[in-house]
Design a protein around this ligand. Structure first.
Ligand SMILES: C[S@@+](CC[C@H](N)C(=O)[O-])C[C@H]1O[C@@H](n2cnc3c(N)ncnc32)[C@H](O)[C@@H]1O
Length: 425
């Protein structure tokens, strides 16, 4: 592909992502499927350009607004600070595979882009202006640095499946394949790979020795301290990322129940369980949720509530998502989380544990939610982190206090919140 054809492809893809409110990685995968002529280098160049636009979207929106221009996909792609107008005019020559020539208005707008010195924090932090106050409430004096980290590229974190392998074995295998891999900083199950790797082709993945899982999600799962022989419930199991971790922690012994109210997500779980060699998990049908909640009342040693949330902690993985976030929808999310806390609490037996987790950095979904729950439920108390890990983790950076609050800047993970509550025995 010529540089002009790559530019045309980037514009088309950015347009699709914005117009269809679709996930960037899906749109890119679809484009690749339908444009087989694009070689590996072309695909990489187009993906890099698309992600560069998405990670710089705040600045580009601000520059275009300041220039009085429309926010079209073409202009968003071209409103970068470093490419001279003449270069865009050269590329947009209207040739067969090139973007159409720039209109007079477009060229004038690109010539008028302001200097970045005056850019406000929302633009620099790549966040809608209306969402900035929420980020400031979450990060305080660190807002600038946290937003920069939340806008960076996430590494690939893997979780080693202890049912099938040790971390040392997997590290050795990966390195043997020439892959740069290191133990993750906090999770004893984690491996960090800085570069992109195609896992689907890798036998370690195909044989169930590893699963991609951000280190923060691993830590939230480990906070359950699930043990062999227990009765453990994963109430928001989704496609089962944490169910797999719980099964391995239980060494395949005891009862592990996975359920979710979304049958499509649950449908992916059986294949993953089989690949991971899990034998102690029962996947319940989403339709059975009301009966399950009744039948299991007071029976669980541990209930994991990996609740639906804004996902604000994962915005570095999908930089387009922040521009779709609508603060007006937060109340509904909070209501669902509070309802799930009530559902989960009923399942915990005296002396048992309830773990609440979100991949959000917003206090309303995290500490505030837990504070409200504890205000109504004197039978639950927070387990100090040092104790909650059950000896698995002693690093003081994540084992002091009672609430696990991870952020991209401070911990190099997705933003995540988790807390373990004990029901009086
Ligand atoms: C953050 S996701 C879970 C991700 C999953 N635990 C994992 O590790 O891959 C939250 C899940 O909660 C589910 N959910 C939402 N409301 C629910 C409810 N009332 N009861 C059970 N699950 C619910 C959603 O369908 C979604 O799969």
């Amino acid at each position: 592909m010529t540089p002009a054809a790559r530019l045309a492809a980037s514009i088309e893809i950015v347009g699709t992502i914005l117009e269809r409110a679709a996930a960037a990685d899906r749109v890119l995968a679809e484009w690749q499927k339908h444009n087989r002529y694009a070689g590996a280098k072309d695909r990489r160049a187009v993906a890099d350009q698309v992600y560069a636009v998405l990670r710089d979207q705040g600045m580009r929106r601000w520059r275009l607004q300041a220039a009085g221009a429309e926010l079209t996909p073409r202009l968003l792609v071209m409103a970068d600070a470093s490419t001279p107008l003449a270069e865009w005019q050269r590329l947009c020559d209207g040739g067969r595979y090139a973007p159409p020539a720039l209109s007079e208005d477009e060229a004038a707008a690109l010539a008028r882009l302001p200097s970045d010195e005056d850019a406000p924090l929302w633009a620099r932090g790549n966040l809608p202006e209306a969402v900035l106050p929420l980020a400031e409430a979450a990060f305080g004096a660190d807002t600038d640095m946290e937003l920069a980290a939340l806008n960076g590229r996430a590494p690939l974190d893997l979780r080693v499946n202890l049912l099938k392998a040790t971390r040392d074995h997997v590290l050795e295998q990966l390195r043997g394949e020439g892959i740069t891999a290191a133990p993750a900083p906090f999770s004893p199950l984690g491996i960090r790979i800085p570069e992109k790797v195609r896992l689907e082709q890798n036998s370690l993945y195909r044989d169930g020795l590893i699963e991609p899982q951000d280190e923060a999600a691993q830590l939230a799962g480990l906070l359950a301290d699930a043990r062999a022989g227990q009765c453990v419930i994963d109430l928001c199991a989704g496609a089962g990322g944490k169910t797999l971790l719980l099964a391995a922690a239980m060494r395949n012994q005891g009862e592990l129940h996975a359920i979710d109210n979304d049958p499509r997500r649950l449908a992916r779980l059986p294949v993953r369980l089989a690949r991971a060699g899990v034998r102690n998990a029962t996947v319940h049908a989403a339709d059975d949720l009301p009966r399950f909640l009744q039948d299991m009342e007071g029976k669980a040693d541990c209930v994991l509530l990996d609740v639906p949330c804004t996902g604000s902690g994962t915005w570095r993985r999908n930089p387009e998502a922040r521009w779709r976030y609508d603060p007006a929808g937060l109340d509904e999310v909070l209501r669902r989380q509070a309802g799930l806390l009530e559902d989960g609490a009923r399942l915990v037996k005296p002396g048992g544990r309830l773990v609440y987790a979100t991949c959000s950095v917003l206090p309303a979904e995290n500490g505030d939610q837990i504070g409200r729950f504890l205000g109504h439920h004197g039978e639950f108390t927070e387990v100090p982190l040092a104790e909650a890990w059950g000896g698995a983790i002693t690093d003081p950076r994540i084992s002091s206090g009672r609430r696990l609050s991870l952020t991209p800047y401070r911990h190099g993970t997705d933003g995540f919140f988790a807390v373990a509550l004990r029901r009086a025995g």
